[in-house]
Design a protein around this ligand. Structure first.
Ligand code: C5P
Length: 312
């Protein structure tokens, strides 16, 4: 299987729900940075991980890909479904705001569906994916899609097949998604306690809403408009926990990016370039500017988890 990383072109976050999650409206966008996953029959379930950041990925039952395989077995596995050995080759950095773990889980679902000939169609796989994690369903679907609820209720975005050229700046460090959401709640609580008149507009309690300017940019395929419309409610929280990212974002904009944003819960920063050539220039300049650990280029949108022909 090959499965892409995701960016959030918009991430609007509501107040915390009783179950600890936050209602979102987000625009997911799958980009050409892929993990590779292989599933083969085994005596019992196990996972091996190598590649970028592999030492940070659990190889026990906490591994999201193994949890996805177990969920599929319970939902639809044949009585004689044996164990599965999942091998993950990581290129999507871990704990980077790119949903790499969710991508691996989505690939594991599709792979085990094939391996066990469970015969589930996409709607049923999407259902199981949504229970495994908030971003797993999108990794199955890919493309560009609006996510609601925890992010698992998806509507594909109708947009021309314009490729966008992205530069990703990987940080020297990690951020935990729950910690970033918690930091956002604290920032919003602190803001609500300031005297009226000194407060920023209060967005607590308001329903997150889809950004019309962003959707119009996507419909027109205009990268300039898209660059201006990128937004992420988690960005102030990510910056409060990882202040060095301010410099990274500023450097990218100074070097001519059409837009700059922390990706998801961070700490990866994403930059939109006007063309493939501009992305190449931007990537080279950013990596020379010393504001991140490493840089990659990617295009989007790309499809979600797909089975690859077996290597010969
Ligand atoms: O669903 P997933 O396991 O990917 O979420 C990781 C964590 O991110 C959750 O435990 C929660 O703290 C936070 N989260 C949230 N609201 C969402 C999605 C994730 O608070 N919509």
């Amino acid at each position: 299987m090959r499965v892409p990383a995701k960016l959030n072109l918009q991430l609007a976050v509501g107040p915390p729900r009783p179950d600890g999650y936050h209602d979102l409206v987000t625009v997911f966008h799958a980009v050409s940075l892929f993990d590779e996953i292989t599933a083969e029959p085994a005596g019992s379930d196990r996972v091996s991980v190598r590649g970028e950041g592999a030492d940070r990925v659990p190889e026990d039952q906490d591994n999201l890909a193994l949890r996805a395989a177990a969920a599929l077995r319970v939902a639809a596995g044949p009585a004689d479904a044996g164990g599965v050995h999942i091998t993950i080759v990581k290129r999507i950095p871990v704990a980077a705001g790119l949903a790499g773990g969710s991508a691996d889980a989505a690939a594991a679902l599709v792979a085990c569906n094939e391996l066990w000939e469970a015969g589930l169609g996409q709607p049923q796989l999407l259902d199981i994916a949504a229970r495994v994690g908030s971003d797993v369903a999108f990794a199955l679907l890919g493309g560009t899609a609006v996510g609601r609820g925890r992010g698992e209720r998806l509507t594909p975005a109708l947009a021309p097949a314009t490729p966008y050229h992205w530069v990703l700046a990987f940080a020297d460090g990690h951020l935990s998604t729950p910690e970033v959401y918690a930091a956002l709640d604290r920032l919003r609580d602190a803001e609500a306690e300031r005297p009226a008149g000194k407060r920023a507009p209060d967005d607590r309690g308001t329903e997150p809403a889809l950004d019309a300017a962003l959707m119009s940019a996507l419909r027109s395929g205009d990268a300039r408009q898209l660059g201006r419309a990128l937004s992420n409610d988690l960005q102030p929280a990510a910056l409060s926990l990882f202040p060095a990212l301010r410099k990274t974002l500023a450097a990218g904009l100074e070097l001519g990016a059409l837009g700059a944003l922390v990706s998801g819960s961070g700490p990866t920063c994403m930059f939109l370039a006007a063309s493939a050539d501009r992305a190449l220039d931007l990537a080279a300049s950013l990596s020379g500017a010393g504001v991140c650990r490493s840089v990659a280029r990617a295009t989007g949108p790309v499809p979600g988890a797909v089975v690859m022909p077996a290597a010969r």
